[in-house]
Design a protein around this ligand. Structure first.
Ligand SMILES: Cc1cc2nc3c(=O)[nH]c(=O)nc-3n(C[C@H](O)[C@H](O)[C@H](O)COP(=O)(O)OP(=O)(O)OC[C@H]3O[C@@H](n4cnc5c(N)ncnc54)[C@H](O)[C@@H]3O)c2cc1C
Length: 387
């Protein structure tokens, strides 16, 4: 593997500690979590005890005040190597919590961030609906304004951390008619009218509690609205760039693990009297994968540094997600093929990696929508070209 250049000695010390944590607190539970369809909520509290959640949060809100995405990248990479992709720590820390950190008032941050840092309150974000995923502007969930509160109605689906979440950032329309204004509302466990549906059975990510949510006239106090209730779309667009980079970080980490698992396999497994990795086809496939993974890793590391510098654009994040998840898919498919029949057996890690990997080209915005975002930025917007 090409040496990576973005990490300093503090990051390496941190990685060693995180790896130890995952091996002790996560690895032993993965099979059980996958079987029960949800991780133990206790793992969030343990990660919080070790200071691995919301590291960016200012000390005033219980965090470490370390706004360096390389630390979350390390947590993510160690989770993919020694944990399970169904454990959504970085979704909690780097995707959902920043909605509160960036758009919340001081009072809201005091109210919610310290408990999220400690892992006592688990976070989720609910944008997608049964009839609106890619087309977020078409969402039907609606919030009506009253004197000191809003009344939220509608339903959401495919929500990660959907059963465990104590706080859900819910996107809903606040405009009328053609006005597509959207607001972000923090719905808390126990609010009347807030109900979770079933945990959804999935192709992969067995340990992730993906669920439906229903909002039947939920009274949301005004002090639970994040920022301007008409600017939600802008807030989502900004946060989705970071979410897409997080998915890209996970995708390349997942593919790296698949490669390592497979390299070991092709060295051990023999056919026709020799290790299968020594035949030209497997050797060349492994060599090509090695080179492609190195190139992609360098680009993702570069994107992390762009994010640290506040220079990650929507189209660069979209490109990183599109390419990293597509490479993940190709690599894991090839790795499974190199396992032969064993690759199809649940007892071999590569088989569940194959199932888990399929979703990354879909969630957080599909590959096609990533291409749309990039294409529009190139001036190839259909509406402009046909005008
Ligand atoms: C496991 C899992 C976890 C998830 N977690 C969350 C979560 O925590 N919170 C949340 O809000 N959502 C979540 N999602 C939802 C996810 O973001 C959506 O599924 C995704 O954005 C796609 O939307 P859709 O399923 O409605 O597909 P659709 O929008 O119906 O798309 C169907 C197909 O049409 C294509 N398509 C649509 N529009 C276009 C276009 N303009 N041009 C070309 N092709 C197009 C798509 O690329 C896709 O191939 C999750 C989904 C999954 C599967």
């Amino acid at each position: 593997m090409t040496p990576r250049t973005i990490f300093e000695s503090d990051h390496e010390i941190f990685r060693a500690a995180v790896r130890k944590f995952f091996r002790a607190e996560v690895t032993p539970h993965v099979d059980r979590w996958r079987h029960q369809g949800v991780v133990d909520r206790e793992i969030f509290r343990k990660a919080g005890d070790h200071g691995y959640l919301l590291m960016w949060a200012p000390e005033a809100y219980g965090g470490l005040g370390v706004d360096d995405m390389r630390y979350e990248q390390i947590v993510q990479e160690e989770n993919f190597r020694h944990g399970d992709p169904g454990l959504c720590l970085t979704l909690h820390s780097r995707v959902v919590a920043p909605y509160i950190g960036q758009h919340g008032t001081d009072e809201q941050k005091q109210r919610w961030l310290p408990a999220a840092v400690r892992g006592e309150k688990i976070l989720a974000v609910a944008m997608s609906e049964p009839a609106a995923g890619s087309d977020l502007a078409g969402m039907q969930a609606r919030a009506e304004e009253h004197d000191d509160h809003w009344v939220l109605s509608g339903s959401k689906t495919y929500i990660s951390n959907g059963l465990l979440a104590d706080l859900v950032v819910v996107a809903a329309r606040t405009g009328r008619g053609a006005d597509r204004a959207i607001g972000l509302f923090v719905v808390e466990e126990g609010m009347a009218g807030f109900r979770r549906g079933r945990k959804l059975d999935k192709l992969g990510l067995d340990a992730q509690d993906t669920a439906e949510m229903f909002f039947d006239g939920v009274v949301v106090p005004k002090h639970n609205v994040l920022g301007d209730p008409t600017h939600g779309f802008r807030y989502l667009t900004h946060a989705l760039a970071v979410e897409r980079l997080q998915i890209a970080i996970g995708a390349i980490a997942h593919a790296q693990v698949a490669f390592d698992v497979t390299l070991e396999f092709v060295k051990q497994r023999t056919a026709f009297g020799r290790p299968i990795g020594t035949f030209q086809d497997p050797r060349f496939r492994m060599a090509r994968m090695r080179a492609e993974l190195d190139a992609m890793q360098s680009h993702i590391d570069h994107c992390v540094m762009l994010a640290n510098a506040g220079a990650l654009s929507a189209e660069v994040a979209s490109g990183a997600k599109m390419l990293a998840t597509e490479l993940e898919g190709r690599v894991i498919d090839d790795c499974l093929q190199l396992h032969g029949g064993a690759g199809y057996m649940e007892e071999y890690r590569i088989s569940r990696m194959y199932r888990d990997a399929r979703v990354t080209r879909i969630f957080g915005g599909t590959s096609e929508i990533m291409a749309e975002i990039i294409g529009r930025r190139l001036g190839l917007d259909e509406r402009r070209l046909t005008r």
